[in-house]
Design a protein around this ligand. Structure first.
Ligand SMILES: [Zn+2]
Length: 169
């Protein structure tokens, strides 16, 4: 996967201190989670991502995660391909453990680094998946008034409409 190695907390602090940035251009197929979401479609499409580090209010490293590009999903109503733009721009406070979350007064979301550190590719995938609409449908397919436009943190929701379609048969 993209940027799959963990970056330890001391390294993140050092990066934050000197405003280090990491950039990557990758194919959808390089991410197993995105490839699964797209059901194997449009895997050669390129996404661009960056992770910019700075020091947060309480001294915790802060990472700004950005991603641009597009994914090819299936419209849940007509099952034809639909292109979904990816526009991620999130700031996350990085803590080493769950207990440290209580010390964070920052208004930004918090991400807990694993035992080995923070895996940049994982937080990027998380942010992309949570940024997508709950239901993927063409604009012209929303005329029935059933389309949901709320975002959901549940990554499996873009496929939720499939079950409803099957039940109608
Ligand atoms: Zn459609």
């Amino acid at each position: 996967m993209i940027q799959g190695s963990a970056v330890a907390i001391p390294k993140l602090r050092e990066w934050a201190g000197r405003h280090h940035s990491v950039e990557a251009t990758f194919a959808v197929g390089d991410s197993a989670r995105l490839a699964e979401l797209c059901q194997g479609n449009g895997l050669a499409r390129r996404l661009h991502a960056s992770w910019s580090f700075e020091s947060g209010l309480e001294g915790f490293p802060l990472v700004r995660v950005r991603a641009t590009g597009a994914l090819q999903l299936k419209c849940q109503r007509c099952l034809a391909p639909v292109q979904l733009p990816v526009e991620v721009d999130s700031r996350l406070t990085v803590v080493a453990s769950e207990t440290e979350i209580q010390e964070v007064a920052s208004p930004y979301d918090t991400v807990v680094a694993g035992p080995g550190g923070l895996v940049l590719g994982t937080i990027l995938e998380d942010e992309i998946l949570t940024s997508l609409p709950m239901a993927t449908v063409h604009d012209e397919c929303t005329v029935s008034g059933e389309a949901e436009t709320h975002s959901s943190p549940d990554a499996s929701r873009p496929l939720a409409g499939l079950g409803a379609l099957l039940r109608q048969e």
